[in-house]
Write a new protein. Structure first.
Length: 414
């Protein structure tokens, strides 16, 4: 067996258990260990390692993290969320507002960003209205996972597939295949949550209080950044429709242009940059190096060829995506599976199926998506609330089965 595969196996195991004795490991540390290991053992050369790092993805994440941190620091997003939630007069309507509001927002701002900002918001709602914190945490986790499916910038694996998956019109293509089934799945999530938490849907009328903005100047810059994101996404969609190869408006430009007002004009720019999730950036850079070494080994290509498996079959893509994402997380899974699809001559439809499968895998178990871990760690650290593995899986397992069935049916129709 190739040494890079042995290293990858150790990385997968450590990501699953995340602990050695009394030492608690973080995912970025494990992935960085894997990248260093393949470099030290000569499984990839330093020059090839540098070339393997997708700078577009790194810069996009940096830009979006800047905007997300500024929204949190200014209090502007919490202000927006409470203006939105005050229209919910019952637990039923509140859950629907969270599901569809957070779901749509995650399609634009990336699910990890909403996980960071949304956790304190939903826990505050739980305390104010005496609603189960577990119910609202699950609602948040499922909403941002499902909602992020329908956009090429909704989550890291979608971004990776949109950038490297030879998809000519990412915004249009994702909406074509995923908009309707995602809306159906968000509503079915409401039905399932009400089934499992029916006793918590009996609260009376809800009364909301508005959250103040902590930094008015930064909030104004955030408003400009959000407007820029919406305008630039529209421009990108129009340019995609034109199919003119000379008009190259990358997804990275959207994030960097949106972050510019904050970085250029905010006196908190240093604090914002200091507080962005640098570990996620390290994780991605290390992942690109490790996965390139694994791909260069030819190990998985040989197995697929030997077993005569149709890697482009929608059912196979969903099955592999959901299963392996539980052990290696959805981003490494997408990075590993995508080259196989490319070499097999997969179409846009199969690439988007990979995006849907690897993303919806986050609803099965806690470890299936980084956003789940962010929500739970944030809830435990700051608010003394949590979700156990079994509490998540009790709802997540049947929900994932339903989600996959809905997407599979829609892919059969289109």
């Amino acid at each position: 067996m190739h040494l890079s595969i042995i290293i990858l196996s150790f990385v997968f195991i450590l990501i699953a258990v995340r602990q050695i004795g009394s030492i608690r490991l973080q995912i970025w540390q494990i992935m960085l260990f894997g990248a260093i290991a393949v470099l030290i053992t000569g499984q990839i050369t330093p020059s090839d390692a540098v070339k393997s790092i997708n700078i577009d993805v790194i810069l996009f994440l940096f830009g979006m993290f800047v905007v997300g941190e500024a929204l949190h620091e200014s209090g502007y997003l919490s202000h927006i969320l409470y203006k939105f939630f005050k229209k919910a007069k019952s637990v039923d309507s509140l859950i629907l507002y969270i599901l569809f509001g957070m779901g749509i927002a995650s399609a634009l701002l990336m699910n990890d960003t909403l996980a960071i900002i949304g956790t304190p918001a939903v826990l505050l709602l739980a305390r104010k209205h005496n609603i189960s914190a577990k119910l609202l945490l699950l609602t948040l986790a499922f909403s941002i996972t499902i909602g992020s499916v329908m956009s090429p910038i909704g989550n890291p694996q979608n971004l990776l597939i949109a950038v490297d998956g030879n998809i000519k019109n990412p915004f249009i293509a994702f909406l074509k295949y995923l908009l309707l089934p995602t809306g159906v799945n968000l509503f079915l999530t409401f039905v399932l949550l009400k089934f499992f938490f029916h006793e918590h849907f009996k609260n009376g009328s809800l009364k909301h209080s508005q959250e103040p903005i902590r930094d008015a100047m930064l909030a104004r810059l955030c408003r400009i950044s959000l407007i820029l994101i919406l305008i630039l996404i529209g421009i990108k969609a129009v340019m995609s429709i034109s199919q003119n190869p000379e008009l190259d408006f990358r997804l990275t430009y959207i994030a960097l242009i949106a972050a510019f007002p904050i970085l250029a004009f905010s006196n908190r720019r240093t604090k914002i940059i200091k507080n962005i999730d640098r570990h996620t950036l390290i994780f991605f850079a290390a992942m690109f190096v490790l996965m390139q070494a694994v791909w260069d080994s030819g190990f998985f290509q040989g197995i697929m060829a030997g077993l005569n498996i149709n890697v482009t079959a929608i059912s196979m893509i969903f099955g592999v995506s959901v299963t392996l994402s539980q052990f290696i997380s959805n981003v490494p899974l997408a990075a590993l599976y995508m080259p196989m699809l490319i070499h097999a001559g997969a179409s846009t439809k199969e690439m988007i199926a990979l995006a849907a499968g690897s993303t919806i895998a986050g609803n099965l178990f806690i470890l299936g998506a980084a956003s789940n871990v962010i929500i739970i760690q944030n809830a435990e650290k700051r608010h003394q609330e949590t979700l156990t593995f079994l509490e998540f899986a009790k709802v997540g397992v049947p929900l994932t089965i339903i989600n996959l069935l809905v997407y599979w049916l829609f892919f059969l129709i289109i």
